[in-house]
Design a protein around this ligand. Structure first.
Ligand code: PRT
Ligand code: MG
Length: 216
């Protein structure tokens, strides 16, 4: 493939939507809507730039192997994936949320921790959770889930969850309370290391426009 051709990996939903204004700032328009189109490769107004639609957690893999030259992924996804092989030049300040520990409203988390209880924690984010509880010296049994973590404590699968929170309404609707904020999360631009060298001329103006539009 020529050094002019670029492939950008995005996930549907909030990341796609919040990346559009940044692409716009670089003069790029995606000419098909991934929510209504079944296509996984979307054209843009630039014949040399295409967008591929992948699962949010698969973005780092496509970029690492060079199947996409660059992509947008949450800090949560990047920490779980491991950042090797990826260049992460820009915090795009989009898809913001936080990673938190939450428990049922009637569970006394603070005293359980004080008493050194062993906690069962359900999460999709096992790396982040393991690191967090280890740094606090809290013993946990991690239960890996792939979605709907909020359900786990309600049916006795776990004492606590580690999940992303933005408005807090999902927690509230399930009578859970946030007891610890682990870290703030936003989405980052990730670039394939080889592409950065071989396609710098093509990539740099887009990276510059993204940086300017996302960190004004
Ligand atoms: O949905 P899918 O399983 O395909 O993948 P995904 O959940 O990884 O993708 P997507 O598109 O839902 O999220 C992409 C990225 O958006 C994540 O990797 C985060 O970096 C970021 N982000 C920002 C969020 C949220 N806000 C968010 N609120 N990702 C998920 N949520 C979920 C959260 O897990 C919880 O279930 O929304 C619920 C809480 O929202 P509130 O508003 O009720 O607090
Ligand atoms: Mg989701």
């Amino acid at each position: 493939m020529s050094t002019r051709q670029l492939t950008l990996a995005l996930s549907k939903g909030r990341i796609f939507e919040e990346t559009m204004p940044l692409l716009q700032a670089a003069g790029i328009t995606v000419t098909e809507n991934p929510e209504t189109s079944r296509k996984l490769i979307l054209p843009t107004n630039d014949a040399d730039l295409r967008v591929i639609i992948v699962r949010a957690s698969d973005v780092p893999t496509y970029v690492e192997y060079g199947a996409a030259d660059f992509g947008v992924a949450g800090k949560d996804v990047l920490l779980e994936h491991g950042g090797e092989g990826l260049y992460q030049p820009i915090d795009l300040n989009i898809a913001k949320c936080r990673m938190s520990v939450a428990v049922p409203a009637d569970f006394d988390y603070a005293s359980a921790v004080r008493q050194g209880a062993r906690l069962r924690v359900a999460t999709k984010y096992t790396q982040i959770a393991r690191q967090h509880f280890a740094s606090k010296g809290v013993h946990v049994d991690l239960i890996k889930l792939y979605g709907s973590m909020e359900l786990a404590p309600l049916v006795g699968l776990s004492d606590a969850i580690v999940d992303l929170v933005s408005t807090g309404s999902t927690l509230r609707a399930n009578r859970l309370v946030e007891v610890e904020r682990i870290m703030d999360i936003s989405s980052r631009l990730v670039v394939n290391k080889a592409a950065l060298k071989l396609k710098r001329e093509r990539l740099q103006p887009i990276l510059d426009a993204f940086a300017k539009a996302s960190n004004p």
